[in-house]
Design a protein. Structure first.
Length: 132
């Protein structure tokens, strides 16, 4: 019988977080090249960690759901969850108690916002002070 010790679990979790971070950095490079170019790899890496932690506050924990949350952050800015009424509404809705449904609803609300509002002019990372 194999025994998995706490230190082994921590090492495994750390390795999985590192792989997820690397995957999200590559995703930013491939699918959000303007964001990646404006921020650079190190800043993208730090923001992936920060945005992932913010997702946890809203009980968004699965890799798929956190990935969608990060995608929204690349589109609307890293603090979109408290800047846009549609995000605030979905994330604070007490009826949204299933993390998967909450994330899908949030993503759809973001897509709807883009469709309704059209182009927003400057991207969030182009605004003065956004990268400081």
């Amino acid at each position: 019988m194999m025994i998995i010790r706490q230190k082994h679990m921590r090492a495994f979790e750390q390795a999985m977080r590192g792989k997820f971070r690397a995957d999200m950095v590559l995703r930013a490079r491939d699918y959000f090249p303007d964001v990646y170019a404006a921020l650079g790899e190190n800043r993208v890496c730090r923001l992936v960690d920060e945005i992932s932690e913010q997702a946890k506050i809203f009980d968004i924990n699965s890799e798929t759901d956190v990935c969608l949350f990060i995608d929204l952050a690349w589109i609307f800015g890293p603090h979109f969850y408290h800047q846009y009424p549609w995000a605030i509404e979905v994330l604070n809705d007490p009826m949204q108690n299933d993390p998967r449904t909450k994330t899908e609803t949030l993503y759809q609300a973001g897509v709807n916002s883009l469709v309704q509002d059209g182009e927003h002019g400057l991207s969030w990372y182009e605004l003065p002070g956004a990268l400081t």
